[in-house]
Design a binder for this molecule. Structure first.
Ligand code: WT7
Length: 648
């Protein structure tokens, strides 16, 4: 289906689903007046939400807004680890499961809030012993083990800033991020289980450290033992040994609401990843509030977000939001198809999961595997189903609703970004009538709009740029060491308004429909990649003269990476395979191009600009538009011939 056909199909979507009766009657957000109240007095609304946390010192002012720089809960002091762990240990939640963990090989652990408190305090003391103090940056490069959450919380306990690097990133990508943040410590593990094989995390760290002089120590958790390559790291300390020597008493550091909590790197429109900066008070209020209301979290619920903690979804909705709310959060180490394709459904059955949150690409994979897989397990505990990461096509939405939710569950399609920190456009399960494919409405207190190029509001049904028109507590504060880029990239297109980079439209009923990125950012299986980043990786190869990368439509992954490459004359051999491998080494396996096309020349305008739009048309087999502005129109005809010759 072409892009235009897909958008037409979306426009014709007329199905709608009112909140299931049993959710509606018992929902935490059950008063529709919440939207109006928050809209009339957003600061009052967030102030009320802020009181759900424990503050060591109350704030003087809810919001200080000097566009584009915001400060929330100014003057307030709090500690994130204390809010996520300690305060639950003084009441009936002390022996409640904080984390239910399942390893890929099948091992299981249940960690209560009381146990988590002791682990976090010990780990925090271990960090202090390694010389880490408030404001220092700590890189965390781990798999999905409870110790990853413990490491993050230990940093927040002493005021250190963590930067978690997704375990699927390569040594080079890791090194680049360690250096940008100038980390003094790397916390890692020997290896992680993934589809029955070991991801050699520690070995990658060894390689990354070759060019990372700021790192003084490494703290290494032993997960797979002899199955991992045995290497020794700079200033290495064993996690278990270090913790065993520490006391379980560690007073939490009082932090200013605006002190930095973490940096998370994400792809932008250039080759250099951006270090998105989130701060302490506003972020925690934002993620705790949205987690409670969007997922209608009740105290007895078992909640499972199946994302990776290495992405923002895991930061906000596996670790910080759920733990701030005293929830039971499930962490699963491995892939959904190990050992069988019913793994997720078995996990839901085993622990009685009530709330399940995943990505459209995963849902489409489940669709491909067939309804017989979820039918093997008892999914009757489920009440709320979430989706995040890319637009969910109505077909996948309906499949999710019917085959996983058995028609009984509320489906919440949640739109947000690394930069927004928290869910921004979303249904509320007890209040919103959903339309499959629409993320519905801005969360209470959030204001969004769709603008045309001139900055005017577009009418119902018309497409435009999605902007956020009011500050929100979990918003990014800056790009680490690059405030100028922060201002330019997000706040200069429409002054005073935050540019999301997404296209959207609002229908006649006021529902938001997300249409994907409008810039050079791709979304491949829910992972954000920049075209430029992959182009840089390709031209880094000695045989490549020039490269252009685009995201083409893919039924499963949303988008796939298509690369158009001009080789140097001297190149020979199977360059396709070699270049794919090269990109995987430079960035990580997630960035490996799906297609590589070789061409003597790239289609360029007479001023030398690569016509990415034309490449996208070619890759998606569309009728080509106007090519007369090209320096050499023949280039396109030749490329199109090559592409059309390939099986779909
Ligand atoms: C981009 C942000 C937010 C956590 C995961 C991704 C796309 C995200 C949706 C949705 C349509 C969505 C947008 C956004 N996106 N959720 N529900 N509907 N698009 O975080 O890597 O920062 O990517 O993901 O294009 O800009 P991220």
């Amino acid at each position: 289906m072409s892009e235009a056909d897909r958008l037409d199909a979306l426009l014709q979507e007329t199905r709608s689903f009112p909140p299931p009766a049993y959710v509606r009657t018992g929902a935490i957000a059950s008063d529709p007046g919440i939207y109006r109240r928050a809209d009339l007095d957003p600061e009052g609304f967030w102030s009320e939400m802020g009181t759900a946390l424990h503050w060591m010192r109350p704030w003087d002012r809810v919001l200080q807004w000097d566009p584009p720089h915001a400060q929330w809960f100014v003057g307030g002091e709090l500690n994130v680890a204390e809010n996520c762990v300690d305060r639950h240990c003084v009441g009936p939640r002390r022996n409640k499961a904080a984390i239910i963990w399942e390893g890929e090989p099948g091992d299981q652990r249940v960690i209560t809030y009381g146990q988590l408190q002791r682990d976090v305090a010990r780990a925090a003391n271990a960090l202090r012993r390694l010389g880490i103090t408030k404001g220092d940056r700590v890189a965390i490069y781990m798999g999905m083990v409870p110790e990853l959450a413990v490491a993050m919380l230990a940093c927040t306990r002493i005021g250190a800033v963590h930067t978690v690097i997704f375990g699927g990133f390569s040594a080079e990508a890791l090194r680049e991020r360690i250096n940008d943040a100038r980390c003094r410590l790397v916390i890692t593990q020997d290896g992680a289980w993934r589809r029955g094989r070991v991801v050699p995390l520690k070995q990658n760290v060894e390689e990354a450290l070759l060019g990372a002089p700021s790192v003084e120590h490494t703290l290494v958790y032993r997960r797979v033992g002899a199955a991992a390559p045995q290497v020794a790291l700079r200033g290495e300390v064993d996690w278990d040994e270090a913790l065993a020597h520490e006391s379980a008493v560690c007073p939490p550091e009082p932090m200013q609401a605006e002190d930095m909590l973490y940096i998370l790197y994400t792809s932008g429109t250039t080759g250099k990843p951006k270090g998105i900066v989130h701060t302490t008070g506003g972020y925690l209020v934002g993620v705790a509030t949205t987690h409670r209301l969007v997922f209608d979290l009740h105290d007895s619920d078992v909640y499972w977000c199946a994302a990776d903690i290495g992405w923002v979804t895991g930061h906000s909705y596996i670790v910080y939001g759920p733990l701030a709310n005293g929830a039971t959060t499930v962490i699963y180490e491995g892939t959904p198809d190990f050992p069988e394709r019913d793994r997720h459904w078995r996990i839901i059955e085993r622990y009685g999961v009530n709330i399940y949150y995943t990505a459209p690409t995963t849902i489409r994979t489940f669709m491909r595997w067939g309804p017989q897989e979820p039918a093997k397990a008892d999914l009757s505990s489920l009440r709320i189903l979430g989706s995040v990461g890319e637009p969910i096509n109505p077909e996948a939405w309906i499949w999710y609703h019917e085959n996983i939710g058995k028609g009984r569950c509320a489906v919440v399609d949640t739109w947000w970004q690394t930069e927004t920190g928290m869910i921004m456009i979303t249904p509320l399960p007890g209040l919103t009538t959903t339309k499959p494919g629409s993320a519905t409405h801005p969360f209470p207190g959030v204001a969004a709009a769709v603008l045309d190029e001139a900055g005017n509001l577009v009418g119902p049904g018309a497409g435009g740029n999605l902007v956020l028109t009011r500050p929100w507590p979990a918003m990014m504060r800056t790009i680490f060491n690059d405030d100028e880029r922060f201002v330019r990239q997000y706040w200069s297109r429409y002054p005073g308004k935050y540019l999301t980079g997404d296209g959207a439209r609002v229908d006649a009923d006021g529902y938001f429909w997300l249409l994907g990125r409008v810039d050079d950012v791709m979304n491949v299986a829910g992972h954000r990649l920049s075209t430029y980043e992959i182009e840089s990786a390709l031209v880094d190869h000695p045989a490549v003269a020039e490269a252009a990368v685009i995201g083409r439509h893919d039924d499963l992954k949303g988008q796939a990476v298509a690369a158009f490459v001009t080789l140097k004359e001297s190149a020979s051999g199977d360059m396709g395979a070699e270049l794919k491998a090269h990109v995987a080494v430079k960035i990580g396996p997630i960035a490996r191009p799906d297609d590589i096309f070789f061409t003597a020349e790239l289609p360029k305008t007479r001023s030398g600009k690569i016509m990415r739009r034309l490449l996208r048309d070619i890759a998606e087999r569309r009728v080509l538009g106007d090519t007369t502005t090209l320096a050499d129109p023949n280039v396109v005809a030749m490329l199109k011939q090559q592409y059309d010759g390939v099986e779909e």
